[in-house]
Design a protein around this ligand. Structure first.
Ligand code: CA
Length: 225
């Protein structure tokens, strides 16, 4: 299930930009520019992570966080103005998981979101199961089943499948796939991903008569819901 992110930021341009980027990354996102409303939304339990600006109308970000922390342990990333050291300190004191200084590169925010979500799912001991169609991938047991039957995969096949399923409905390009599956220092053949995809297709698509891993010509591969 995709992660739902709440953005509480009164600078409309920033809020809109972040929202669009999150949607593009496959997250569900909602936004508000008001601190009080943001607190209410955050407390609704509908969100997995909160991006929280500090200077807000209604209720400032530090106060929103203080009140939220009485009831919720959801991950919070604070947005602070450049060099506002006091903001950072009071934000972290109030229980923020992380902060990012404006202006920020969206890639950095996305990276911190991934870390915060990962930390949280690790802490709660939540099951790491992804299901797409008849294919079920269990990261804890390192096991893949199709229609309940176990599929025997090598480590790299498993990691590649996990990457595609985690990012389902998003095209994965070969470079990203090589970095994630083989590591950033990989120096071997660039067609290695095509080779692993072929193995996976033999074991899943061909065997079960489904079209699971689809080719996006000239780009890479995608798994769709
Ligand atoms: Ca603001």
């Amino acid at each position: 299930m995709e992660n739902r992110i709440l953005i509480v930021e009164d600078e409309v341009k920033i809020a809109r930009f972040v929202e669009l980027e999150l949607l593009h990354e496959g997250y569900t996102a909602e936004k508000t520019g008001d601190g009080r409303e943001g607190l209410e939304m955050a407390l609704s339990g509908r969100f997995d992570l909160l991006i929280l600006d500090i200077m807000l109308p209604g209720l400032n970000g530090v106060e929103v966080l203080r009140r939220l922390r009485k009831e919720s342990e959801m991950p919070v990333i604070m947005l602070t103005a450049r060099d506002a050291v006091m903001d950072k300190v009071s934000g972290l004191d109030a229980g923020a998981d992380d902060y990012i200084t404006k202006p920020f590169a969206i890639e950095e925010l996305l990276a911190r979101i991934r870390v915060a979500l990962k930390r949280r799912s690790g802490n709660t001991g939540e099951k790491h199961i992804i299901e797409v169609g008849p294919v079920r991938l269990d990261s804890d047991r390192y096991e893949v089943t199709v229609n309940g039957e176990i599929v025997d995969l090598s480590n790299r096949e498993f990691e590649l499948l996990k990457l595609l399923m985690t990012n389902r409905n998003i095209v994965m390009n070969r470079e990203t796939m090589i970095n994630e599956v083989c590591g950033y220092d990989y120096v071997g053949e660039t067609n290695i991903i095509d080779v692993y995809v072929r193995y996976l297709r033999t074991k899943i698509d061909d065997k079960y008569g489904i079209k699971f891993i689809q080719t996006v010509r000239g780009v890479g591969y995608i798994v769709k819901d």
